[in-house]
Design a binder for this molecule. Structure first.
Ligand code: FCB
Length: 457
């Protein structure tokens, strides 16, 4: 087992330790104080979409337990908290009236963080699109990007003064491809044309959001959080290597190239460009505005082979076998070196700003026994990935912080409540929170920061 103190010595003194959550996954109170449904409310209420037909009506009841949850965060010794703002609380119909009571909640949240000396890292969009916007096509409609811009401006005008950083989007890969091509996430669409429209309008919304945020608060560090994929060919054949390149463009390039280079990847455009929605003059420049930071969410590598089926749709890949036999309870391969390779590859391909690991963690479902949750494999997972992060810093990569996913067990999207990622256990019957073994270890580590060994700039 990696000792917290030994690991701490390998990290710079100003490295930020935090915990992360997202609004729909923890808040509950789905009908309180003027909130209206999001696409995740309707999706989870539909049979066959979410495991056990679980939904977000109660979740961790965080909306009603804000103060005690902020105390919990404080008790974990972390310097920062990453949370998301629920658009359906702020502008419940997507466009139209602003709901002051919804904003009040986040006002109290950021005040509560400041009062406890904890940095606030806000995400503006973690997948809970106001359902009313589906009437216009949701993310497949250009108008949604403008609705998002207004929402972003509204939030920053009210709470931006107390934020330490803001992200426009969390994991557009999920809301675009999982939501519109693979049908696994809301709105559950399985259609390439819809997905391509969602892709461009999400990218556009990111750019419009950056503008909106800066127009309100020029000094607030703005970024985007991407679940970049660490992609490996399933074999050394030329076919599989080419498949891995296509997969890179499709899973990473379509987000990184627009944001960091102002263009879509060539190979992707050659195959699917004719099916993209209209890209208007100025769109790419809007999307490519320089960012202050970016967030990486990493869990598991992606291994691909070339799909031999003659009409296979681009990127024409199939899943290849894991190399590590270690898997978490959600079935994801555990392979920490892929995190290092990913950061190196991305920095070689793009001029990236400084990076926070905005999510990393593992699903293990053990419960409370005699008041204790012994989740040693989660502790090991986090320690191994932090060790890789320390190696990256030693090589000169600007890794500035790490947020454990998640503060506590929560609504794990299509898997409902059965998959647990928390470093704190939640008993959904009683809402009792129990800090797991990994949480105690994380606290020991986090408490040592910030410390006095800052390297001179
Ligand atoms: C990421 C999501 C986060 C959580 C983790 C396990 O894709 O951003 O909300 O569900 O996976």
């Amino acid at each position: 087992m990696i000792e917290a103190r030994k690991l701490a010595e390998r990290l710079p003194g100003d490295f930020v330790f935090g915990v992360a959550t997202a609004s729909f996954q923890i808040e509950g109170a789905s009908k309180a104080d003027g909130r209206k449904p999001s696409i995740w409310d309707s999706f989870s209420n539909m049979p066959g979409r979410v495991f056990g037909r679980h939904n977000g009506d109660v979740a961790c009841d965080h909306y009603n337990r804000l103060e005690q949850d902020l105390d919990l965060i404080k008790s974990l010794g972390v310097e920062a908290y990453r949370f998301s703002v629920a658009w359906p609380r702020i502008i419940p119909e997507g466009t139209g009236p602003v709901n002051e009571r919804g904003i009040d909640f986040y006002d109290r949240l950021v005040d509560g963080l400041k009062a406890r000396g904890i940095k606030a890292f806000a995400t503006l969009y973690h997948w809970d699109l106001p359902l009313a916007l589906m009437g216009d096509g949701g993310w497949t409609a250009r108008t949604t990007a403008y609705a998002y811009q207004r929402y972003a401006k509204t939030v920053i005008a009210r709470i931006g003064d107390r934020l330490d950083a803001v992200a426009t989007f969390n994991e557009p890969w999920c809301s675009v491809w999982l939501g519109h091509l693979y049908g696994v996430h809301a709105p559950g669409e399985r259609n390439m044309d819809a997905a391509l429209a969602a892709l461009h309008f999400t990218n556009l919304a990111h750019g419009l959001g950056v503008e909106a945020i800066r127009s309100e608060r020029a000094d607030l560090p703005v970024g985007i959080v991407i679940n970049a994929h660490s992609i490996y060919p399933g074999s050394t054949t030329a076919e599989d290597k080419a498949a891995a390149e296509r997969a890179f463009d499709f899973h990473n390039g379509v987000f990184f190239d627009p944001v960091f280079k102002g263009e879509y990847p060539e190979g992707f455009l050659a195959e699917l460009g004719s099916r993209m929605p209209q890209i208007e003059d100025g769109d790419m420049a809007t999307i490519a505005q320089p960012l202050d930071w970016w967030g990486l969410n990493y869990y598991t590598p992606m291994r691909v082979s070339s799909d031999p089926t003659p009409d296979a749709e681009y990127p024409a890949t199939t899943n290849a076998k894991p190399v590590s036999s270690a898997k978490t309870d959600i079935g994801w391969e555990v392979y920490a070196p892929a995190l290092g390779a990913l950061v190196e590859t991305l920095n070689a391909r793009y001029a990236l700003p400084e990076c926070y690991i905005t999510e990393n963690g593992a699903c293990y479902n053990m419960g409370v026994e005699n008041g204790i949750v012994d989740d040693q494999p989660r502790l090991d997972y986090i320690a191994d990935h932090l060790s890789v992060t320390a190696d990256l810093i030693a090589k000169g990569y600007p890794m500035r912080g790490y947020f454990a996913w998640s503060l506590m067990d929560n609504f794990e999207w299509a898997e409902g409540y059965r998959m647990r990622f928390g470093i704190v256990h939640v008993d959904y019957e009683t809402q009792v929170r129990t800090i797991k073994k990994s949480g105690h270890w994380y606290k020991e580590l986090a408490e040592q920061f910030p410390k006095g060994n800052h390297k001179a700039a």
